[in-house]
Design a protein around this ligand. Sequence first.
Ligand code: NAD
Length: 471
Amino acid sequence: MVKICGIGAGYVGGPTMAVIALKCPSIEVAVVDISHSRISAWNSQKLPIYEPGLEEVVKQCRGKNLLFSTDVEKHVHEADIIFVSVNTPTKIRGLGAGKAADLTYWESAARMIADVSKSNKIVVEKSTVPVRTAEAIEKILAHNSKGIKYQILSNPEFLSEGTAIQDLLKPDRVLIGGNEEPEGQKAILKLKSVYANWVPEDRIITTNLWSAELSKLADNAFMAQRISSINAMSALCEATGAEVSQVSNVLCKNTKLGPKYLNASVGFGGSCFQKDILNLVYICESNGLMEVANYWKEVIKVNDYQKSRFVNKVVTSMFNTVSGKKIAILGFAFKKDTSDTRKTPAIDVCKGLLGDNACLSIYDPRVTEDQIQKDLSMDGVEWDHPIHLQPTSSTTVKQVNVVGDAYEATKDAHGICILTEWDEFKTIDYQRVFDNMQKPAFIFDGRNILNVDKLREIGFIVYSIGRPLDQ
Ligand code: NAD
């Protein structure tokens, strides 16, 4: 029986290993993590992350061929294939700080694999890593090998949070990169045979190691670039009377472009886009490709600009100050159907409004109060917009209330900001909301999900991205 060990039980490691267990009943899958609290949550009724469909998959397999454990060494030792899905955040200090990927977690996982292994292993890079990371991993493993042979494969994950289970069950592609020697090709075939249990052969792409590693960075950079491109157009729409939804509809119908990632919004978030583009920028700079680095830097700059533009729009629309005014924040997660708040635009928008002394009443269906308070505490938090949105030193978390539903959040509010596209925000009784708000009542739709005409009929002053304000 093949044994798989997944190191890292996060947003990628948890769901990917669970789906492998579901689709390969004859494979034993152990998911290990150094975080005791995460593992005990995986073993409980309340999983550590929210993903539609995840609970069902875990319930079906846990206790059969899927287990979650903190005994990293035991399960690594027993495994034939080890997937490493540890975090690879942006380095915060030292060489490359603010751009390069921090591979500390990866390196410690590799050293531990070398320490405890007593048989040959396939080590799979599931995390997103800089191109040529496999070379470094190979060195660490080879120098500590005790005669054991390792094959390193790059198998980057393309799931999106919020649709992770669907993406894993029906992936548009599975990418496997390996070295071109016969042993590397053998390892590719072995990993391919795992995916072949449910993924059609024509969706499994094999490449060399470096193409696979770079493809993942390129993939995220291209998606983020589309969002920044349409968001840049939204600013121009507001200045000229064009409507971004009409413009994007025209672009979507271009079969050479396709419809995805062309919705204007308050900006992209999530743990990956910014970090992976920064990583790409760093790699370009390290290779002396300054112009190429600058090109990708602009994608992030436009995203930052979009968030600060949104805050400025709220403040200027509300008569140039939000000081002491209650603003309802609907949605805090970086996208719908996830509880993840990493790099969510809501953090920067809320901090910008707090910087202007607003009082925030926040509601998100899946994000906990603790998480929101943590994300908004000003201490030690990197501030992305030193020029536009500097928070005042008097800002305290007392200005923030986290509440249990949208009606409570909006009661007596002067304005509403929609920051996540949760479906439930489309079906709120906006007449009731309007009746209970201060007047004039403003709505700033940062996700363009609401029916602007209907809201205007009710009496709201509405701003949606890429349309002029109706004052
Ligand atoms: P995460 O922070 O949710 O999970 C990483 C886990 O690894 C944590 O639970 C941490 O405790 C654990 N860990 C760290 N070092 C360890 C070690 N030495 N041994 C055991 N466990 C260890 O991160 P994530 O969102 O799952 O992302 C993981 C990787 O996948 C990143 O490289 C990311 O860029 C990539 N990725 C993420 C997504 C996404 O949507 N989140 C999608 C595709 C790829």
